[in-house]
Design a protein around this ligand. Structure first.
Ligand code: PRP
Ligand code: URA
Length: 215
């Protein structure tokens, strides 16, 4: 079970030893992109089990080889929403647990000078509002990108939205809470702060570059 943050009640911190061990390797600047991708997907998969705890279920009749009984199934279609680029490297970990989930891609990058989000792509299931959405992005820095992604989902009528990140800055958590207080945030770590370039400290650098080897 993750721990609820005392300062940020809308945040679940995944302090599991295995997740923290893998996160430390991700933070190390000498870790190469192939290992970075593998570990990020593994952490996402480990988090997915608890993230899915809130999903609604309904009763379903089932014939076992022995008897008729009632079981349960997920009541609504779940949509995983990776924020491009870096969110892509968390998607397979989640899809391993939710093979039937749909995927909505949202492309957002931060303007290098202002750190404001710039949206360049959005492709979602037409009936995305039928079920919950799980937004995935390893970094929550100023919060601008994730808040904008949530706004795009709200415009489509999605009500139940969770955000899964690897590392979050307190500034980003506060901004998300102010904009969308009902969005539960799942993180492996709440780091210290943002620096003057709006990078998370200690963080792990530019997640997209480290995932895709574009540094
Ligand atoms: C990174 C990261 C988030 C965003 C977080 O993306 O993956 O989407 O920054 O910062 P914020 O909370 O201040 O908005 P980036 O802009 O580097 O785009 P990329 O993944 O395409 O490299
Ligand atoms: N985006 C990143 O990839 N890293 C940060 O530290 C902040 C924003």
């Amino acid at each position: 079970m993750p721990t609820r943050s005392v300062q940020h009640p809308n945040v679940a911190v995944y302090d599991h030893p295995l997740i923290q061990h893998k996160l430390t390797i991700l933070r190390e600047k000498s870790t190469r992109h192939e290992q970075f991708r593998t570990l990020l997907n593994q952490i996402s998969g480990l988090m997915a089990y608890e993230v899915s705890r809130r999903l609604a279920v309904r009763e379903k009749p089932v014939e076992t080889p022995v008897a008729h009984t009632m079981g349960t199934e997920l009541a609504e279609p779940t949509t995983i929403v990776p924020i491009l680029r870096a969110g892509l490297a968390m998607m397979d970990g989640l899809l391993a647990l939710f093979p039937e989930a749909r995927v909505a891609h949202i492309g957002i990058y931060r303007d290098e000078k202002t750190a404001k989000p710039v949206t360049y792509y959005a492709k979602m299931p037409v009936d995305i509002a039928r079920g919950p959405a799980i937004v995935v992005d390893p970094m929550l820095a100023t919060g601008g990108s994730a808040i904008h992604a949530v706004e795009l989902l709200r415009e489509k009528g999605v009500r139940d939205i969770q955000l899964v990140c690897l590392v979050a800055a307190p500034e980003g958590i506060r901004a998300m809470h102010a904009a969308h207080p009902d969005v539960m945030i799942h993180v492996a770590s709440i780091d210290e702060r943002l620096n003057e370039r709006f990078y998370i400290v200690p963080g792990l650098g530019d997640a997209g570059d480290r995932i895709f080897g574009t540094q």
